[in-house]
Design a binder for this molecule. Structure first.
Ligand SMILES: Nc1ncnc2c1ncn2[C@@H]1O[C@H](COP(=O)(O)OP(=O)(O)OP(=O)(O)O)[C@@H](O)[C@H]1O
Length: 231
């Protein structure tokens, strides 16, 4: 669950806004907004990388507004993916659990699980420089998921990918949606990603987060289990 209460943040003009939002546990929310509307800044506030001017951030029934990023229980895939240049694919996935001092057997098991789920096992020894765009996107996803976060923040996870690479990554995002194992907030410019993935479609516009109606095709089999609070 992600809950934002009367959230105001820098840079200007966003410090004049008060954003309210609730995304229910296990829901996959897709947020659109014009370039420069503040989507990345909002994700950074939720992740703890940018301090809000005022307001509160809740993750899974726990207020995290004052907590550093690593104590918030979330995974974050930044827009540029920011893979570690000198770490292999296996080491990227092991990074979070290692920093959090998981037992080595548990680290090995979770890394093996995510390498397998994301189709990365054969690439485990590769460095990021040797990866295609679709492979790098899957590694960034695996690095964020290996800590089993309650909340996953995805900043344009398919940006810069050609159609074939999108087809390669999309099934993993859809599997994540259907697994209901974590609450996802996914930023995009593309309506196609809303239609393929969203339980909840949101738009950042005129200083507020609006809930956008989804065509039946996106929800016909699986209606959202909980509606976000009205903005
Ligand atoms: N550290 C900063 N200092 C000053 N201005 C900033 C800073 N970071 C972002 N901005 C500005 O805030 C505005 C919102 O940026 P942000 O990256 O959050 O928008 P966005 O909706 O994610 O855009 P895009 O879709 O193009 O990625 C932009 O005008 C940007 O130039």
């Amino acid at each position: 669950m992600i809950r934002l209460q009367q959230l105001r943040f820098e840079p200007s003009p966003f410090h004049q806004l008060e954003l309210d939002l609730q995304i229910g546990s296990g829901q996959y929310a897709v947020l659109r907004g014009r370039s420069g509307s503040g989507k990345t800044s909002l994700l950074e506030v939720i992740a703890g990388l940018r301090r809000p001017v005022s307001g509160r951030v809740w993750i899974s029934d726990r207020e995290v507004t004052q907590l550093p990023p690593e104590q918030r229980g979330l995974g974050y895939v930044p827009q540029d993916r920011a893979l570690f240049r000198t770490l292999t694919v296996r080491e990227q996935l092991a990074f979070g659990p290692t920093v959090h001092r998981w037992p080595s057997r548990e680290i090995a098991a979770t890394v093996a699980e995510w390498l397998d789920k994301l189709g990365l096992t054969k690439l485990a020894q590769r460095l990021p420089a040797g990866l295609s765009g679709g492979e790098a996107a899957r590694v960034a996803l695996g690095r964020a998921l290996s800590l089993r976060p309650a909340v996953l923040l995805l900043d344009e996870p398919l940006s810069g990918l050609d159609d074939e690479s999108i087809d390669e990554v999309m099934p993993h995002l859809q599997a994540l949606r259907h697994s209901r194992t974590c609450t996802v907030l996914h930023i995009t410019h593309r309506q196609s990603e809303v239609l393929s993935l969203a339980d909840v479609a949101l738009q950042l516009r005129d200083g507020a987060i609006h809930v956008v109606a989804l065509p039946n095709s996106a929800t016909e089999n699986e209606p959202p289990r909980e509606s976000p609070a009205p903005p």
